[in-house]
Design a protein around this ligand. Structure first.
Ligand code: ADP
Ligand code: MG
Length: 372
């Protein structure tokens, strides 16, 4: 029986937060952290999954077919089953198999352990079935993984994480336009400029599938677009934001819309800044993004604000929360020789605030999903 190994990365979103479901722009890059998978074909219809982080699950291909949200496989194994289900419904013949996985992405930290897991499994299946891992093949796998998470697991995601994991590359970010789901590679040679990104996992956990604040923000953005008579906030301009203030519930929708409109502008400015090697400018955009997420979109928590502010005060060019918010991680753009000082300053600030010691990862844009 054939055995195939694969790896897919987690990601950070450099800038462009809560824009995906508003048909907007995002700029993620792949992390060196990721999920490793070994998939071994079986002669029967059984599927055995083991995760170093989560335990074991076993069932049959028929159990997986039974569907996710409506029944079938629940819990963490649903992320694996969902990928097999999505690839099966795309017309691929999925065999019984044993799947062993282990991840270096912290779970639920906003670094996309879920897409990392999905894309690793999908890449291994692609290797087993001989599906292409060229650019169109990667986009098709990203789409299947997105269906797995939204339709099978029932977690509302926009596809950013899966595109970043499948299309990411060393020294590059991925500019995603959610108006048409197009994705372009953008050079992001931080190391050559003596820079890196310090990822700080605050340890405060978000819970996307449970809805809560994330679902509220989506609804508020839809309400803002509806009040403006447009299909999505992507079509809104600064003048529209001002107009919203007069509508019922205007002050909240105004702030939500202002975040989305200004964040899309910041993504384009960030692409221009990286192209020009204007790293100080990029840092200022990260900081402005954080302020907008804190004051207008209201998805930060004190630990995120503290990590970002402390990083800036100790030599980072800019810092912001990354991921959906309500916990999770921050990123700080910094000269490599400031990394230790910033890390220590954040640890000190957290200790002073009575918060548990956070986990740090010093990263550069890294390679996307791959076999072997
Ligand atoms: P994030 O993607 O930001 O880490 P999510 O809530 O989207 O957070 O996904 C985390 C969930 O994905 C976990 O609770 C678990 O169900 C699943 N998951 C991710 N990695 C693994 C793994 N290595 N083993 C088992 N389940 C995993
Ligand atoms: Mg996730």
């Amino acid at each position: 029986m054939r055995s195939i190994s694969a790896f897919a990365p987690g990601r950070v979103n450099l800038i462009g937060e809560h824009t995906d479901y508003n048909a907007g722009l995002s700029l993620p890059f792949a992390l060196p952290l990721g999920t490793s998978v070994t998939l071994t074909e079986r002669a029967d219809d059984r599927v055995l999954v083991s995760s170093r982080e989560a335990g074991a699950w076993s069932g049959t291909l028929a159990d997986i077919e039974a569907g996710g949200v409506a029944g079938g496989v629940a819990g963490w194994a649903g992320y694996v089953a969902g990928v097999l289900w999505a690839l099966g419904s795309a017309g691929h013949r999925i065999p019984g198999c044993e799947i062993e996985l282990a991840s270096t992405v912290p779970l639920g930290a906003g670094l996309s352990s879920s897409a990392s897991l999905e894309c690793a499994v999908a890449t291994a299946v692609a290797g087993l079935l001989g599906l292409p891992l060229d650019d169109p093949g990667r986009r098709a796998l990203a789409a299947a993984c997105t269906r797995a998470e939204t339709e099978y697991v029932g977690a509302p995601t926009g596809g950013l994480d899966q595109l970043a994991a499948m299309l990411g590359a060393e020294g590059e970010a991925v500019l995603i336009d959610f108006a048409d789901h197009s994705a372009h590679r953008v050079p992001l040679h931080l190391a050559e400029a003596g820079l890196a990104i310090l990822v700080t996992d605050t340890g405060v956990r978000h819970e996307l599938a449970a809805g809560g604040g994330y679902a509220d923000r989506r609804a508020e953005c839809e309400a803002a677009a509806q009040a403006l008579g447009i299909a999505s906030l992507r079509e809104a301009a600064a003048a529209d934001v001002t107009r919203l203030a007069a509508s019922p519930g205007g002050s909240v929708t105004t702030r939500r819309a202002r975040h989305v409109v200004t964040e899309n502008e910041r993504v384009l400015a960030a692409v221009a800044a990286t192209g020009a090697g204007d790293w100080a400018g990029l840092g200022r955009l990260l900081t402005a993004s954080h302020a907008s997420l804190r004051d207008d979109f209201e998805v930060t928590v004190p630990a995120l604000d503290l990590a970002a502010a402390t990083a800036e005060a100790h030599g980072a060019l800019g810092a912001r929360m990354t991921g959906g918010g309500f916990g999770g991680s921050t990123i700080a753009l910094l000269p490599l020789d400031r990394a230790d000082a910033v890390r220590e300053a954040i640890d000190g600030a957290f200790a002073g605030a009575g918060l548990p010691r956070p986990a740090h990862h010093l990263v550069e844009p890294s390679g996307g999903a791959r076999l072997g």
